[in-house]
Design a protein around this ligand. Sequence first.
Ligand code: SF4
Ligand code: SF4
Ligand code: SF4
Length: 176
Amino acid sequence: MIEQLNDLLPQTQCGQCSFKGCRPYAEAILSGEADINQCPPSGDEGIAKIAAFLNVPAKPLNTQFGVHKPKSVAVIDEASCIGCVKCIAACPVDAILGSSKMLHTVIASECTGCELCIAPCPVDCISMQVLENLQLAPTNLHAKKRYENRIARKEKEAFEKAEKLRLQKERLRNIS
Ligand code: SF4
Ligand code: SF4
Ligand code: SF4
């Protein structure tokens, strides 16, 4: 049931609902910790789908959590970008291309419009642009897959780093 409810959510992982992503929000709704109208990207249309799924009355978006905005994508002013990679670290769906000291660019077809890359940018060179053609936006399920792949990659990297450190310590112990 959690996964079915999660699949109804926008999968931006933006955190506006006050939870650390869409799945934690789905869990909180089902446990009674959160109301069904805390997700601004869902808007009234998405809330109606949640209500129908749970067989409860729909209610308007609670704007304490934010307002519903038109679907947008991030755009980087490449002339101002200093290549600090902070936006890459912030993007939940790996929608930004670039490496250290190189200018960065957004893959528009992967960008969910979560806005999480804007605040970390030290030179304010990322802005949001309303998407004219909604067909170009990634589907919720595609964004969810990208997010899950990123989490799995990060976990693997963390495991490999810890393992490398463990082996180094073991070698040092054997030498001494
Ligand atoms: S898209 Fe909605 S459910 Fe997902 S993190 Fe953002 S506010 Fe929460
Ligand atoms: S590029 Fe920015 S707005 Fe787009 S998905 Fe990544 S963090 Fe969110
Ligand atoms: S955070 Fe801003 S300056 Fe840093 S790489 Fe991203 S776009 Fe460029």
